[in-house]
Structures are given as C-alpha cells and as structure tokens.
Design a protein around this ligand. Sequence first.
Ligand code: UTP
Length: 290
Amino acid sequence: MVKKAVIPAAGFGTRFLPATKSQPKEMLPIVDTPTIQYVVQEAIDAGITDILLIIGRGKRALEEYFSKNYELEDQLREKQKQKELELINFLPDNVAVHFIWQHEQNGLGDAVKYARHHVGDEPFAVLLGDTVLESFTDKPVIRHLIDVYNRYEEGVFALEEVAPELVSRYGVIDGEDLGEGIFRIQDMVEKPSLEEAPSNLVVASRYVLPPEIFTALEVVEPGKGGEIQLTDALRLLMKDQPMYGYRIDGIRHDMGDKLEFLKTNIHFGLKHDDLADRLKAYLKDLVKEF
Ligand code: UTP
C-alpha cells in the first residue's frame, strides 16, 4: 500500500524571479488557491495520508499554510463566515503534513534523499510541488501511478506526450507500449536533440518509487549543474529493476514557468463559477485589440 507522499518544494525558482526571492513558487496562486494545495489535494484524493514536504530557505509560508491559524479562525467564526472557515480548514483529520529542510539546493534527487528516514522501507509517491496535473479521468494522476505500481510492484512515473520540437527540454523515454497508457521503460535520455529523441514521451513530475531508489540516490554522481538528478538514480535503478511509465490523460501546469502561470490562471479562471463569464467577456474584448 502506498500511503506516503514526498513533495519536493525547496527549489530556488529562478525562472520566476523576482517573485520567488522571498516567497515559494509553490505558493503562487491559481486564481485564489496556492499551487501546493492542488498538489497536496491530488495526493489526498489518491488515498495518501502521510505527506512530507521538502522545504528550505524562504519557504516558511508553506509551513504556515498547513498549520492552524487560530486567530483568523476565531474571527471568521465570530463573523459567521462559514464558507471562508471551510476554505482554510482543507486538511482532513486523518492526513498528516510534515516538513523537512533541504539544507542546500542540490537538485531534485538530493531533495528526495532527505525523505529516506521518514519513508523507511515502503514504496512512496513523489509529486513535484510546483506542478499541477489536471486529470481528465475520474482519478488523480498519482492514483493511476499507484494502480500501476500495485499491478507490477515496480517503480512507475508519469509520461506526457509533447510536441516533437519540445522534447529537448525534458527527460525522454524509450519504452515498450503495453497498452492502457502503460509503457515498460527501456531507456531514458536527458534533454536530447530532436534527432536523438527516442520518442516524444517525457517524464512528467509524478512518480511512485520503491525504497531502493534511496540507495541509488546515495551512489549517483552529481550531474548537470552539480546537482543530484532523480533521473540519474532512476536510470541506475533500472539496471536492477524494471521501471514503468504511465501516459497521463490530462494537462500538466508547470507553475514555475511565467507563461504557464498566466495560461493556468486563465484556464482555471474560465472554469470558475463566479469569474468565468466576466473573464470571458474581458478576453473577448481584449483579443479585438490584437
Ligand atoms: P525545478 O527543476 O523547477 O527547479 O524543480 P527550481 O530550482 O525549483 O526552479 P528553477 O528551474 O530554478 O526556476 C522541480 C521541483 O523540485 C524541487 C522544486 O521546488 C520543484 O518543486 N526542488 C528542486 C527541490 O526541492 N530542491 C532542489 O534542490 C531543486
């Protein structure tokens, strides 16, 4: 049973400066809700009850967001603002959120390494804290990955089909198509050229991993930019254990990217009960000017 999730959220967010100088990119809102809340909710909706956030300098707002604000609660109760009270009390009682500091920002692989003690000898989920995955099915993406994990009892990560000209930005897989969106991974290439890319399926911010990944993370050498890359540890682990991919049926919203941030806010705004009509009218007017 996968009951624990690790959410790396300690990165500097250099693509989103200056906003991220003193606030976590994971707190950037989608309309009125911080990105991290969508990520945590995805884990909760998948049956996860133990969540570990990897944070670091400048990320205190994440801790505060998941702790109780008694003063605010008292005031909302006094003013009988029931709806607002529910909005700030979003964590179910059976879910625990923990925090650990990554002392130096040495990459995603290094961030995951900090979870070793907390996770112990169990499979666990990894969800990148700056990326929202909107599922088009009745289950969250991480639930699909847990189902694949339970079926094969091997590590699995999300795959996204991207336009061929975009492959050079991502980790790209070579894999055998097993049907139902599942692939047995044969190889992975980090940021290949269009000609070198074995497919247009890229690794997409969600993983369910066996505990052996921690041993692999201990031995991999720092890669690009002196950082410990999770992809390198996965490639090492693949020498001993099969690894699977699951092609997502949905949209990936990378909130650490400025254009994606704007697009995601418009996308969710257009689905928002109170805002949709007014936003649509505004956008229609706006496009006339271009
Ligand atoms: P990114 O690859 O987006 O890196 O991290 P970044 O440093 O945060 O952002 P840029 O590229 O400088 O703008 C993917 C996820 O891994 C976490 C980030 O917080 C993000 O959720 N991460 C990354 C860590 O927790 N620690 C790190 O050392 C690096």
